[in-house]
Design a protein around this ligand. Structure first.
Ligand code: ADP
Ligand code: FRU
Length: 290
């Protein structure tokens, strides 16, 4: 069991299940509508808790009904929220999600007016208490200072960085993390139609990092620090029910496998297995069987 700190987002997700993704300007009914707590880092920590780790969340909350609901959910998932800051401006980030029953795809429209978790908030934390630090790749200036502080003062604590979107300047953070977790979305927006090509380019510039890229139903690819490339097909669930947070589950499993010292083949395999299992169920509850 490791002590893991995740720095990033918690959100409120409003999820509409639709038979198929609609055309623009259509009016359709959804077959189900649920709202639940989401957010890349919050989801990832919820999975890591189930995998047996002690997790703390450093992010922004609000002192209103949405914020209290999100905090209560984090606490009920046994995530420590003492590193969080409560903002007196803005609202909890909200994702409106269309979940297609035809394909399992999830289309996300995200609203955010909440201030970012700052370097000043982060600097108050005692990082010595943690075995692993995970950073969500956003708020690039703040994150750069956080990563520098972690590297300078706590060089022995491994850091992972999730790279989901090509935020301006995010590449400047790559050299500061031990594990880089790329999304298909990031690869495509950077002009890579195959994960291997992105990872080879990244490895050439940052050979000290283990690099991973998940690719939906095609599985995932990794390059280790020796430059060897590993491919793992997706582990298809019987029926794809809900892919929202599959990437967060994959990333959680990569951190778990790295902490357990798994080799890259075994690590990728268990990450795709767990992410595949997540796709077969709604949400994250009970994902890891005890
Ligand atoms: P994100 O949620 O960030 O978009 P991906 O779509 O890349 O992430 O999915 C992460 C992982 O989840 C993949 O590597 C794969 O193992 C698994 N996965 C995603 N979609 C499916 C699917 N339709 N069938 C089986 N596994 C899937
Ligand atoms: C899934 C997710 C959702 C959230 C959105 C934020 O990966 O974390 O829970 O609303 O992405 O980008």
């Amino acid at each position: 069991m490791a002590r893991i700190l995740g720095i990033g987002n918690a959100t409120l997700d409003i999820i509409h299940s639709v038979d198929a993704y609609p055309h623009e300007n259509a009016e359709i009914r959804c077959s189900d509508r649920v709202s639940r707590r989401g957010g890349n880092t919050a989801n990832l920590l919820a999975v890591l808790v189930q995998l047996g780790h002690d997790c703390s969340f450093a992010g922004m909350l609000t002192d209103d009904s949405d914020g209290r609901r999100v905090s209560a959910d984090l606490v009920s998932n046994r995530i420590d929220i003492t590193p969080c800051r409560t903002s007196n401006t803005g609202t909890m980030p909200v994702s409106s999600v269309l979940l297609s029953m035809a394909t399992g795809s999830r289309t996300i429209v995200h609203y955010r007016d909440l201030p970012e978790y700052s370097f000043q908030d982060f600097a108050k934390l005692d990082l010595q208490a943690f075995d692993w630090l995970h950073f969500e790749g956003r708020n690039i200036t703040g994150l750069r200072d956080m990563l520098h502080r972690s590297r300078e003062h706590y060089p022995a604590v491994p850091c992972s960085l999730e790279v989901e979107k090509p935020h301006a300047g995010i590449e400047r953070l790559f050299g500061l993390a031990d594990v880089l977790l790329f999304s298909r979305d990031y690869a495509r927006q950077c002009g890579f139609e195959q994960p291997e090509r992105l990872l080879r380019a990244i490895h050439a510039d940052y050979p000290e990092a283990g690099v991973f890229c998940s690719w939906g139903e095609a599985g995932a690819v990794a390059i280790d620090r020796q430059g060897s490339l590993f491919r793992q097909p997706a582990v298809a669930p019987g029926t794809v029910v809900d892919t929202l947070g599959a990437g967060d589950t994959f990333n959680a499993a990569v951190i778990h496998g790295s902490l357990a010292g798994l080799d890259t083949t075994a690590l990728l395999q268990q990450a795709c297995e767990l992410a595949g299992r997540k796709c077969a169920q709604a949400g994250f509850a009970g994902l890891v069987q005890q």
